[in-house]
Design a protein around this ligand. Structure first.
Ligand code: ADP
Length: 495
C-alpha cells in the first residue's frame, strides 16, 4: 500500500507540456498548437499536450514505415526483441508509482485500482508477450511427398493503435505487447483525456533499447489524428478499443483506403445473472456492486445489467444498496478511495441524463443518482442503483459507462437467458449459481466473449478477451492476440 506522504509528494508535481513522440524525438504539433489537459480531480488545467495534425500522423506513419522496412526491429532475432521488451517491462514496473499517480491525475481512476490495473498490468502483459515470442513456430503443411509447403509467420507491418481513456496503460499494453513482440512498428493514438502515461511508457521503451521509429505516439483529437491513421494507405492493421460509433468509422475508413484489417473491442452492456441458489448471496452482492462501481463504472466489461431471480430480488437489492453506499467515492489519490472521478464533464453529464430518463419513466432510484463533491471542482457521481428496469429501457440497452447499475427481475432460467441476450452487445457476462449443470448451460446460452461463474472480472492475460455481436471482433490477450499481428506466407517448393 502506498503511503499518503509518498502520494502527496507526487500528486503536486508540475506536469510538463506533453509532446508527440515521433521517430524517437519529442515533437510539438506541426502547426504549433496545443490543447489543455483537464484533470477530472478538480476540473483544473493539469498541463497541455500537442494537438496533433494530419501531418503529424503522416510523419509518425512514415517513421514507423521506415523503421519496419529497414528491419531495425522486425529483422532482429525474436530473442533479441524479447530482451528489449523485458527490460521495458522492468522499467515500467520500476516507475509504477509515478506512472499510476500521473495516470490518476489525468483520467480519475482511484489509485488503489490504478496501480495494479495500469502500470503493473501493462508490465505483466508486455512481459507475457516478450516471453512468448521466441516460442512461436511456423508450420509445414501436410502436402504430397514431391512438394514442401512452408507456412511462415511474418509481422504485418505498420500497426495503428487507437485506445481509450479508462485504462490507457492496460489496454495500450494489450495492443503494444503482441504487436511489438511480433516485430511490427506502431503508431499509437491515445485518448484525448488519457495520453500522459502512454507517452511516458513510450519514452521508457526508448530507454530500454527499442529503436527510434518503432513506437510513435501522436496525441490530439480522435476525429483528426485517429481519422488520419484510419485513412492512411500506409497502415496495415488497425487495432482499436472504444465506442461502436468510432469503430464503424474505422471500418468505413478502411474500406475507403487500403482495406487495412480492423480489429475492434467495443462496448458492452454485460448481464450479471444472480439465481436464488447462488453459493453466497452476500459475496454475490458485494462483487456485483464492486464490479459495476469500481473506476466509477468506466469499465467495458462492467456488469451493468443485473438480472436477479424474483424470489430474492428485494433482499438482494437491499444488500447491493449497502455495498454501494459503503463505497468511498472521492479523491482518487487517497488510497482508501474505492471509486474515483468520472473522466470528463461530458461523460458525467451523459451518466446523469440516463438516470434522469429512468427517473422520468418511473423507475426506482434505489441509491445515488446525482453528482457529488461539486465543491472540489472535480467530476464525481454517487454509485447509482436503478430498480424496476424493463429490458428495453435505455438504461438497460445503452452502455452508460458510469456508476449506474440497472436491476431487472426474472422468474425462470429461460427468461434470464432471453433478457441476457436481448442486447446489441456481447462482451462479458456472469452467472451466480451452485448448480453446476445450470452454470454450464448458461455459459453456453449467453452470447458473450467471457462468462464468469460465481465471480465477476479478474481474468488475466492468459485468456482471450473479445466481443461478439456489436461488441467487436478479434481478441486481445493470450497467445491468440498474436494472430492480428502476423501474416501467413506460404512457400510452395517442388522437391
Ligand atoms: P469514448 O466514447 O469511450 O471516448 P471513442 O470511440 O470516442 O470512445 O474514443 C476512443 C478512441 O478513439 C480515442 O482515442 C479517441 O480519440 C478515438 N477516436 C474518436 N473519434 C475518432 C475518429 N473519428 N477516428 C479515429 N479515432 C477516433
Amino acid at each position: 500500500m502506498l503511503s499518503k506522504a509518498q502520494l502527496q509528494d507526487l500528486s503536486g508535481a508540475p506536469v510538463p507540456p506533453a509532446l508527440h513522440l515521433i521517430d524517437g524525438e519529442a515533437r510539438a504539433a506541426s502547426d504549433g498548437t496545443a490543447m489543455d489537459v483537464i484533470s477530472p480531480l478538480d476540473g483544473a488545467v493539469l498541463t497541455t499536450m500537442a494537438r496533433g495534425t494530419p501531418n503529424d500522423a503522416k510523419a509518425a506513419i512514415s517513421a514507423a514505415r521506415r523503421a519496419f522496412d529497414d528491419g531495425r526491429w522486425a529483422g532482429l532475432a525474436p530473442a533479441a526483441r524479447k530482451k528489449v521488451l523485458l527490460k521495458w517491462a522492468d522499467l515500467i514496473e520500476a516507475n509504477a508509482v509515478e506512472l499510476a499517480v500521473l495516470g490518476v491525475r489525468n483520467n480519475g481512476t482511484e489509485i488503489s485500482m490504478a496501480l495494479k490495473a495500469e502500470p503493473m498490468s501493462a508490465a505483466g502483459t508486455i512481459r507475457y508477450f516478450a516471453e512468448a515470442i521466441d516460442k512461436v513456430y511456423g508450420e509445414i503443411a501436410p502436402t504430397a511427398p514431391g512438394t514442401l509447403g512452408l507456412i511462415h509467420k511474418e509481422p504485418v507491418g505498420v500497426v495503428g493503435a487507437i485506445v481509450p481513456w479508462n485504462f490507457p496503460l492496460m489496454i495500450g499494453a494489450w495492443k503494444l505487447g503482441p504487436a511489438l513482440a511480433a516485430g511490427c512498428s506502431v503508431v499509437l493514438k491515445p485518448a484525448e483525456t488519457a495520453s500522459l502515461t502512454l507517452l511516458r511508457i513510450a519514452e521508457l521503451a526508448l530507454e530500454a533499447g527499442l529503436p527510434p521509429g518503432v513506437l510513435n505516439v501522436v496525441t490530439g483529437e480522435g476525429a483528426v489524428v485517429g481519422a488520419a491513421i484510419a485513412e492512411s494507405m500506409d497502415v496495415d492493421v488497425l487495432v482499436f478499443t472504444g465506442s461502436g460509433g468510432t469503430g464503424r468509422r474505422l471500418l468505413e475508413a478502411s474500406a475507403r483506403s487500403n482495406f487495412k484489417r480492423v480489429y475492434l473491442e467495443l462496448g458492452g452492456k454485460s448481464p450479471n445473472v444472480v439465481f436464488s441458489d447462488a453459493p453466497d448471496l452476500d459475496e454475490a452482492a458485494k462483487v456485483s456492486a464492486h464490479g459495476t462501481f469500481r473506476n466509477s463504472g468506466q469499465v467495458c466489461v462492467a456488469g451493468s445489467r443485473l438480472l436477479v431471480e424474483r424470489s430474492i430480488h428485494d433482499a438482494f437489492v437491499e444488500k447491493l444498496k449497502v455495498h454501494a453506499e459503503a463505497m468511498k467515492v472521492g479523491d482518487p489519490l487517497d488510497p482508501e478511495t474505492s471509486a474515483g472521478a468520472i473522466n470528463s464533464e461530458r461523460q458525467l453529464a451523459q451518466n446523469l441524463r440516463f438516470v434522469a430518463e429512468a427517473r422520468a419513466a418511473g423507475r426506482q432510484i434505489v441509491t445515488g443518482g446525482e453528482r457529488i463533491l461539486q465543491e472540489t471542482g472535480g467530476f464525481f457521481m454517487a454509485p447509482t442503483i436503478v430498480a424496476g428496469v424493463q429490458p428495453g429501457d435505455a438504461v438497460a440497452q445503452h452502455e452508460v459507462f458510469g456508476p449506474v447499475l440497472a436491476v431487472i427481475p426474472f422468474d425462470t432460467e429461460e427468461e434470464a437467458v432471453r433478457i441476457a441476450n436481448d442486447t446489441e452487445f456481447g462482451l462479458a457476462a456472469a452467472v451466480w449459481t451452485a448448480d453446476l449443470s445450470r452454470a454450464h448451460r448458461m455459459v453456453r446460452a449467453i452470447r458473450a466473449g467471457v462468462v464468469h461463474v460465481n465471480t465477476y472480472g479478474g481474468a488475466d492475460v492468459t485468456v482471450p478477451l473479445g466481443g461478439v455481436k456489436q461488441s467487436g471482433n478479434g481478441h486481445d490477450k493470450s497467445l491468440h492476440a498474436f494472430d492480428k499481428f502476423f501474416d501467413l506466407k506460404t512457400a510452395w517448393i517442388k522437391l
